[in-house]
Design a protein around this ligand. Structure first.
Ligand code: SF4
Length: 253
């Protein structure tokens, strides 16, 4: 990977703010090297590989957003998985979290097929785009607050450009990141900040009454990680309910 991409937090903020559209963000993201710990980890994982994927070439770079560039619904998770998105180059693709999620997205009309195996599997998302607060796979799925802060401008610019009616947030990490971002972008986010919970619905209005803007609704949903789905904490029916609620709020039916 040539060192041509953003290499400092200031450079991330600059290139993200200058991106004219989602395609520009998607193009610059895979070149980013601004978080030394995550760059080292994503590349180490890509070299060492999991035995089951020994014959594959891992992506090993930041993973851009995926989905409909005109979506009314945005989905925000946590970060790519080491052997999922960091292997395939597409969020939630090629891991158990994605198996659970894309089956639900297909049942609820957002995905063209119920499986997500590779970037070239033909899967199309309609009315939904997915993103993450951190775009490089972190050790133990645990980015630091500094890494979330450094990567934040990418998500902020995506939210600004897409201007979704609904944001489905998978888990508390994403919830905090999205609330912080929307507060910076002029939405009235109460303090103390509303807590994350499965099924929590939060409607935000603009903080400046002289600037009319349609509200944005956040929907909380337990993350689709095996930790939740294998234990029954998040069931297919629970996820379907959230996604169908997103469809209704976004007036997609
Ligand atoms: Fe760049 Fe984000 Fe990856 Fe940090 S986490 S290196 S800011 S893409």
């Amino acid at each position: 990977m040539p060192p041509t991409g953003p290499a400092t937090p200031a450079q991330v903020a600059s290139v993200a703010a200058a991106a004219p559209d989602l395609a520009a963000i998607d193009a610059v993201l895979p070149t980013c090297r601004a978080c030394p710990r995550l760059v080292a980890w994503r590349e180490q994982v890509a070299l060492e590989k999991r035995a089951a994927f020994r014959g594959e070439t891992y992506w090993g770079r930041p993973v851009p957003g995926f989905g409909d560039v005109h979506a009314r619904v945005m989905m925000v998770g946590l970060a790519p998985a080491a052997h999922g998105g960091n292997r395939t180059g597409r969020l939630f693709t090629g891991d158990p979290s994605g198996d659970f999620l894309f089956a639900a997205l297909h049942r609820t009309g957002f995905a063209s097929q119920p499986t997500s195996r590779s970037r070239s599997d033909g899967l199309v998302l309609t009315d939904l785009r997915m993103a993450a607060p951190v775009r490089c796979a972190p050790p133990a799925n645990a980015p630091t607050p500094q890494e979330r802060h450094t990567c934040g401008p990418y998500l902020a610019r995506e939210l600004e450009i897409l201007d979704p009616a609904v944001v489905v947030v998978l888990g508390g990490f994403g919830w905090k990141a999205v609330l912080a971002t929307l507060a910076e972008q002029g939405w009235h986010v109460p303090r103390p900040r509303p807590a994350f919970g499965h099924g929590v619905e939060l409607v935000l209005a603009g903080s400046d009454p002289s600037v009319p803007r349609p509200p944005v609704t956040l929907l909380g949903c337990f993350h689709v990680s095996p930790h939740n789905t294998y234990t029954g904490r998040l069931t297919p029916a629970m996820l379907d309910d959230v996604l169908l609620r997103a469809r209704a709020l976004a007036a997609l039916d």
